[in-house]
Write a protein that binds this ligand. Sequence first.
Ligand SMILES: [Zn+2]
Length: 296
Amino acid sequence: MSLSLTLLGTGTPAPLVHRAGSGYLIQLEKESLLFDCGPGTIRRLLETGISPTQISTLFLTHLHYDHCVDYGYLVLNRWDQGVGKIPDLEVYGPPPIQHMTELLFSENGAYGPDLSGRTKHPGSEFIYEMRGGVLPRKRPEPSVTEVAHGSVVEKDPWRVTTAEVVHCQPQLTCLAYRFDTSEGSIVFGGDTAPTQALTDLAQNADILLHMCHMINGVVTDSRITDSCSGHLDAARTAREANVQTLVLVHITEQLEQTGIRERILAEAAGIFSGQIIFGEDLLNIPLGTISPEKIR
Ligand SMILES: [Zn+2]
């Protein structure tokens, strides 16, 4: 069984051409899953050669728009192109993801008129039939499950475990996920300040994707240090969780300046002795030890 992790988006709410919002692709054999789908991540998905119709399942860490704004696009595009021949998308996330889904896709939702047109207008029916669809056309109905700290989603051959992390409570519930298979374990930390809950969730994982939103020591205002992580926070969590590889994500333009990027990696390596990867969009993250012998 093969397991692959690709970073689709490694950015923040600040718009950058080379960094989409948060989003990650897991491919396990023939199944493809997304963790978060921030702005631009579905375009990045196309760049990997994967169509939205191939995504079976979406996990959302929290409902900040830089993590979920492509949700509408994902559901509509895979429904439209799937022409009734693929199951509805399975969605897991914190409340109010069920309410958000209704606000988007119900009769009176934001896309209500679009969906009425696409399911009832003769021109849309023609295109639907040309794509191989059989009338009458059903509306999209994502299968939504709200999850919380301790929730486990078990779907042979993978299991996802949920932990609540510390970011934007009480307005938003913010989660981290651990994806376990026989091929390895990948932890998506979501957006968070340092918290024991994430350290516990990530114990002995192969890969930890951790927010690196700032340079520790440069930003000291507790309003941000109590809700976000910097490079040293990420390194400490990776060390305490004893993971093999730390991937820094949720990266601002400030952090990738020449000289700053190197300083961040060097300082993080002073704390965490495992592999450290500075996240970039479309980077495929290898499982296991990166061997220098493979370099030619
Ligand atoms: Zn974010």
